[in-house]
Design a protein around this ligand. Structure first.
Ligand code: SF4
Length: 235
């Protein structure tokens, strides 16, 4: 079984388990008269079959109003950008003012720095997938609130389930701690490979932090070299 297929199967089984499906029906034997109704009883809920593609999920997100304040104040939702078959996803925190205006993640000054980091790793933005924990801009660029992260998590999980990246690079403490469901500081999460549903996760500083603290760029470059070694990419 290929790595991609294995991750797909593991992700699907975990998703079914979360939906409360703890047993899968045996395939009916040829000639069996088992009714379709009883098979339907054992099938996952309709909820599980929502948004079978990234495009459909993006449409679902665009009309989401689960976070009252964010839905009222956003210009638009910011879903994600890049290759839907990317090996590597960059995961940030939430859209800022530029992203809210343009509808694309990481397009402001921090985004331009991220683009430089990606290019320094001999890749282009189109080769990877870039997304945020939250799909709507928190007003005034405040930190996402816990209930907002919880509301948006279903979209993030489904998005990653559809992309099936081999690697996820968390940018900053909010993304790293929320994806990995830990309170360990970002400094201690760096330099290690973590796991998220079959994907390998590495953590580094958010580009916005690097703009405020240029000395930390050296650490982020070390994290990128570590990530590229894990991916088998020569720098
Ligand atoms: S942040 Fe996510 S859950 Fe909240 S309104 Fe926006 S799309 Fe919906």
């Amino acid at each position: 079984m290929s790595d991609r297929l294995r991750r797909l199967v593991v992700g699907r089984l975990e998703s079914l388990e979360r939906a409360g499906v703890l047993q899968l029906p045996r395939p009916a034997k040829p000639g069996s008269n088992k009714s379709s109704e009883s098979l339907a009883e054992q099938s996952p809920s309709r909820e599980e079959f929502k948004s079978p593609t990234l495009e459909m999920l993006q449409q679902e997100v665009a009309s989401c109003t689960r976070c009252d304040e964010l839905a009222r104040t956003r210009t638009q939702t910011v879903f994600g950008v890049g290759s839907p078959k990317a090996r590597l996803c960059f995961l940030g925190e939430a859209p800022g003012a530029d992203e809210d205006r343009q509808g694309e993640p990481f397009v402001g000054r921090a985004g331009q720095l991220l683009t430089k980091i990606i290019e320094a790793c001999h890749m282009k933005r189109e080769d990877v997938y870039i997304l945020n924990m939250l799909k709507c801009r928190p007003p005034g660029n405040r930190n996402p609130l816990p209930h907002e992260l919880a509301n948006c998590r279903r979209y993030l999980e489904r998005q990653l389930e559809l992309i099936q990246p081999e690697f996820i690079c968390c940018l900053g403490a909010v993304a790293a701690q929320n994806l990995l469901e830990t309170t360990v500081p970002i400094g201690k999460l760096r330099g290690k490979v973590h796991a998220y549903r079959g994907a390998k996760v590495v953590c580094t500083y958010h580009p916005a932090y690097l703009l405020r603290n240029p000395a930390a760029k050296r650490d982020t470059w070390e994290d990128m070299k570590f990530l590229m070694r894990e991916m088998g990419v020569e720098l």
